[in-house]
Design a binder for this molecule. Sequence first.
Ligand SMILES: Nc1ncnc2c1ncn2[C@@H]1O[C@H](COP(=O)(O)OP(=O)(O)OP(=O)(O)O)[C@@H](O)[C@H]1O
Ligand SMILES: [Mg+2]
Length: 239
Amino acid sequence: MQQQREDFVATLTHDLKTPILAANRAIKLLMEGDFGAVGESQSRILETIHQSNEALYKLVQTLLDVYRLDSGAKQLCLVEHDLSETITHLVDELQPLALARRVDLSARLPEFARTVLCDVEEIRRVVQNLLDNSLKFTPPGGSISVTLTQSGDVTRVSVQDSGKGISEEDKPKLFQRFWQAAGSGRYYASTGLGLYLCRKIVELHGGVIWCESTLGQGSTFYFTIDSASFVQESEQAGA
Ligand SMILES: Nc1ncnc2c1ncn2[C@@H]1O[C@H](COP(=O)(O)OP(=O)(O)OP(=O)(O)O)[C@@H](O)[C@H]1O
Ligand SMILES: [Mg+2]
């Protein structure tokens, strides 16, 4: 029964993607004036519909990712990659948002980072989710920094913020599916799946993810990727 229910939701979520994308395309064309001139108030309404649609699309994608990771169907696409590049891109991309929220966003990277065997898109999602949270839960005037350190085979990324922090009672629940602290759900289309996905992706890489935080003083989320664990796994697979 449980399996059938999960399969049904996965199929439904998947089938929602096409109409959402089609609607998005139509809205874009309308906004660009392909069907005639658009007035200022109409344009505002179209922009709102477009944003809601984007949020819905993101939600559908997230749900699909959860089912893919939970069912074990997700295969990593591993390549040697310099994570400092991913971090720099993300920080540059999010800088306008941080600026608008008057939050200082910076990266601390080693001068010469070694490459790491990882699925670049997936690891990018992990850092993006952590940054997304820090931006959500850090009030104006605060700061966020992303740090990359490497020691032996272990590469560690941390995202530190001076935000609202997490209580001792809430810490064990952070990485659970759909969990949100009381009062965090007011953000549009936020589901409590971000950290769950982060944990799944990091674990698929043979790594660990954890959080250190003091309520009212900020949080630091860490994750590691251990190159040695991949070597062992591929040796075992080859044996
Ligand atoms: N940096 C942070 N500071 C304070 N609380 C946090 C932080 N990151 C996560 N949390 C708490 O953990 C909860 C779960 O985070 P998670 O990323 O899984 O979900 P979300 O951000 O609420 O939704 P989504 O990621 O789906 O948009 C958040 O709702 C919030 O209560
Ligand atoms: Mg989140």
